[in-house]
Design a protein around this ligand. Structure first.
Ligand code: MG
Length: 336
C-alpha cells in the first residue's frame, strides 16, 4: 500500500480508496476494537437499564496546548459529562471535520492522544465519520464526540442540592482557560502551567464504589466554577456560600488573571469537577478524591444555606461578601 501523502486532501473525504486508507491507517489503528472492526453502517451495541447520552463538539484553538490537544479534550469532555451523571462511559462516536491541507502527522498525534485518554476508562469509539472540507472552510480540524454510558449512581441532579450540603472542588481552578490563553498569546512565562484536561471516570468510579452520598456533580468547563455554582443555586433554589481563601488556585493562574483582568472562577476547566454532598460525609469524600494525582488540591470550598436563594456568595478573608454572577460575554472564544 502506498504511503499516505503528508497532508489531508479532499479525496480523503471522498468515500473512495484514499478515505479508506486514511481511516484504516489513522483511526482504526488508534481506536481498534471488535465493534469498530465490524465496519458496518452502524455499531451494534448492547445497552441495558438507564443510560446517559451526551454530545459535544470541539473547536479549540490552537489544537495543541500545554497539557493536551483537541483530541484529549474530545475524549475527556464527553467521558466527563457521562461520569458527572454517575454513568460509566461505555461507547463513543467520533466525527472529524478536517480542512484540506491539514498535516497528517498532527492528525495521527491527535488520534493517538485520544486512544491514550480512552484507555483511562474502559470506553471505546465504536463508530465515526470523516469529512474533509476545502481550504478555508474550517480551521484545521474540528471533532465531535457523542457518548453513552450506563448509569450506576442514579439521581445525581442540579435540583438535588440541599441546605447544609458542603461544596467540594476536585482541584485548583482555571488551568485549562489559562493554558489556552498562554498558548494563544505565545506566552511561556517559564511556567509549569498545564491544562487540567483529564478523564474523570476513575475518580468518579471510586466514589461510586465507596458508596458515598452525592447530591450533585458537574465538571466546571465553560464558565468555570462561577457557572456551575450559579446553575446549581438557581436550579435548587438555594444559596451557595464560598470562602474565597478555600478555593485552590495556582500562582500561575492568579498571575495570568491579574495580567488579563480575569477572575479565576470564570475560567474554564476540563478535568476539575464540583460536588455537593452532605456535610457529615464531606471530609471522607474529600479524602477519596485527593488520592488521585490530579486531585491533590481538592478542597471543601463552602456550604449551602437558605440566606439568598438562587445566589452565590463569595466571602472574602476580610469579612466582606459579594455575589458571584454567571460569567458574561465571551472571555475566551474556542477554548474547547
Ligand atoms: Mg459538563
Amino acid at each position: 500500500m502506498a504511503k499516505l501523502n503528508n497532508t489531508v486532501q479532499l479525496a480523503h473525504g471522498g468515500g473512495g480508496k484514499e478515505m479508506n486508507r486514511l481511516i484504516k491507517e489513522v483511526f482504526y489503528r488508534a481506536f481498534d476494537n471488535p465493534i469498530l472492526r465490524q465496519e458496518e453502517d452502524a455499531a451494534a451495541i448492547n445497552l441495558s437499564g438507564n443510560c446517559a447520552f451526551t454530545t459535544d463538539s470541539f473547536t479549540v484553538a490552537p489544537h495543541f496546548f500545554a497539557g493536551g490537544n483537541i483530541g484529549k479534550l474530545a475524549i475527556a469532555g464527553t467521558v466527563n459529562d457521562l461520569a458527572m451523571m454517575g454513568a460509566e462511559p461505555q461507547y463513543l462516536s467520533c466525527s472529524f471535520i478536517i480542512e484540506e491541507g491539514y498535516p497528517l502527522d498532527d492528525l495521527k498525534r491527535i488520534a493517538t492522544t485520544m486512544a491514550d485518554e480512552l484507555h483511562k476508562s474502559a470506553t471505546r469509539i465504536v463508530c465515526g465519520d470523516t469529512k474533509v472540507v476545502p481550504k478555508g472552510c474550517a480551521d484545521g480540524v474540528f471533532i465531535n464526540t457523542t457518548g453513552v454510558g450506563r448509569i450506576l449512581y442514579p439521581d445525581i441532579s442540579v435540583k438535588n442540592i440541599k441546605s447544609g450540603d458542603a461544596i467540594i472542588v476536585s482541584g485548583d481552578i482555571g488551568r485549562h482557560g489559562a493554558a489556552i490563553l498562554m498558548a494563544r498569546e505565545g506566552l511561556t512565562l517559564e511556567s509549569d502551567l498545564v491544562s487540567d484536561c483529564a478523564n474523570l471516570w476513575p475518580v468518579v468510579e471510586q466514589l461510586i464504589a465507596s458508596n458515598v452520598p452525592i447530591h450533585a456533580m458537574r465538571d466546571a468547563t465553560r464558565g468555570g466554577l462561577a457557572a456551575v455554582l450559579n446553575e446549581w443555586a438557581s436550579a435548587s433554589n438555594v444559596s451557595i456560600e464560598i470562602e474565597e481563601q478555600a478555593v485552590p488556585i495556582s500562582d500561575e493562574v492568579k498571575g495570568l488573571c491579574e495580567l488579563y483582568g480575569f477572575e479565576p472562577h470564570d475560567l474554564a476547566n476540563e478535568g476539575t469537577f464540583v460536588l455537593a454532598v452532605p456535610q457529615a460525609q464531606a471530609a471522607g469524600i474529600l479524602e477519596i478524591i485527593q488520592r488521585y494525582g490530579h486531585c491533590e488540591q481538592a478542597a471543601i470550598i463552602g456550604y449551602v444555606n437558605d440566606s439568598h436563594p438562587g445566589k452565590v456568595v463569595l466571602k472574602t478573608p476580610w469579612g466582606s461578601a459579594r455575589f458571584i454572577d454567571l460569567p458574561q460575554g465571551e472571555l475566551l472564544p474556542r477554548i474547547c
